[in-house]
Design a binder for this molecule. Structure first.
Ligand code: DI6
Ligand code: FE
Length: 407
């Protein structure tokens, strides 16, 4: 006897290499897990409750594996200044940029940060997201970094979504350490990271390794501390220049390296050998009008797994839609529909080190997203609109917001 079964649906299971399509399928849940998936005609047993999906498509719940969605303030005024001709650097020199978000985040209480983050998270969830990664990195001091992570944890406890937290204290050099970047990196490695790990607030550690941020050596120092604390690492790598970040991430067996617009062929090959995932962030490319594209052909040739995420942050990607990222991934990066959809499900799960989700398969968490569409390509095709008509988290139907569908 199943707890619940979803019938009269088409499935994109993400099993095998492609979308793993099952027309006229059924999904059965027991104890919060998927108990059975397959063609409806082969459904083995009865269920306590049956949901008629009326021809909708079911995908594994979407996973946004790279966001910075807890922050104070916003940077819309800076956006206007940039449209009027100010450069990113001029704005930063005048005290804007990342450090303006750091000031606003430090000034905000835990409850205020929580209240500001909720609608951002709700926008992602309304499109079918059931797991989201959230980074710190706008505190840059012990107290505020931990506050950001606590807010992320509280979001996971109070909204119908799984939250994975990542410590990104090595995101920028805070004003107290101006001119002492290496000292700050050491402070992250010796003080902030052990405290976050000790409090159980971080599931992973990330750093911004770039000419304008932290060097390879400083990043390695933070990664050594992560290793000592037993935490997996991720890296903002090769976004603005070929800095060797992809190879460094590979050397530390990173779960993922993210951005990668300028990653070298050698760095890409090293990541593939290490089993790291490439997380592509087309929203940032689009919003900062970066013309360089990640070398998708080299990534495919190396057999690198590709994930796709929003990078939701106030500076370079104020993106409240993972479906829009599917569209941008296909249009800007020429991903196939299967690559894009696997990139927000099964491969996104791998980018977070999660083996219990991202596919429709027996034994995995019953996290589902239901869409009123005629074929999966529509999830990548429409620009705007919300085809999501329901979400299931841990086997429970959760319906805080319900789109109309597109059919
Ligand atoms: N890369 C980015 O593009 C963002 N952070 C990062 O590591 C920028 C974040 C911001 O401008 O607030
Ligand atoms: Fe980012």
């Amino acid at each position: 006897m199943f707890d619940r079964v979803w019938l009269n649906a088409h499935l994109a299971t993400m099993q095998g290499e492609g979308l793993g399509l099952v027309e006229d399928g059924a999904v059965a849940a027991r104890g919060g897990r998927i108990a059975w998936v397959g063609p409806r005609a082969a459904l083995p047993g009865p269920a306590a409750e049956t949901v008629d999906c009326a021809g909708a498509w079911i995908l594994p719940g979407l996973i946004d594996c790279h966001t910075h969605l807890v922050f104070g303030g916003d940077r819309a005024a800076e956006f206007e200044q940039r449209l009027e001709g100010a450069s990113y650097e001029e704005i930063a020199r005048a005290g804007g940029g990342i450090l303006s978000t750091v000031r606003a985040t430090r000034a905000a209480s835990e409850d205020a940060l929580l209240a500001a983050a909720r609608p951002r998270l709700a926008a992602l969830m309304a499109e079918g997201v059931t797991t989201v990664e959230i980074k710190s990195g706008y505190g840059l001091d012990l107290e505020t970094e931990l506050r950001q992570l606590r807010v992320a944890r509280r979001l996971g406890e109070t909204a119908a979504v799984s939250v994975r937290t990542t410590l990104l204290a090595a995101h920028a050099v805070p004003p107290e350490f101006a001119g002492r970047r290496a000292d700050y990196a050491r402070h992250v490695a010796e003080v902030i990271l052990p405290a976050a790990a000790g409090a159980g607030l971080a599931d992973a550690v990330d750093a911004f390794c770039e000419r304008i941020a932290f060097t390879l050596e400083e990043t390695a120092l933070v990664f050594e501390a992560a290793r000592a604390a037993g935490l997996p690492v991720k890296l903002h790598a090769d976004q603005l220049c070929d800095f060797g970040g992809a190879a460094l991430a590979a050397r530390y067996g990173a779960l993922s390296a993210d951005h990668l617009e300028y990653a070298s062929t050698a760095g890409i090959a090293a990541m593939a050998r290490a089993g790291s995932v490439a997380v592509l962030l087309p929203g940032a490319c689009y919003f900062i009008r970066e013309e360089r594209r990640p070398d998708i052909a080299a990534m495919r040739a190396a057999g690198l797994r590709l994930a796709l995420a929003s990078d939701l942050n106030p500076g370079s990607s104020p993106a409240l839609s993972l479906l829009l990222m599917l569209n941008l991934g296909c249009t800007l990066f020429r991903l196939t529909v299967a690559e894009a959809l696997r990139g927000v499900t099964v491969v996104a799960a791998a980018a977070l080190g999660l083996a219990d989700r991202g596919r429709l398969a027996p034994g995995l968490r019953c996290d589902l997203a239901l869409y009123r569409i005629a074929r999966p390509a529509e999830l990548c095709y429409w620009i705007g609109g919300n085809p999501c008509i329901g979400r299931v988290v841990g086997g429970h139907v959760v319906e805080e917001q319900r789109g109309e569908g597109l059919r």
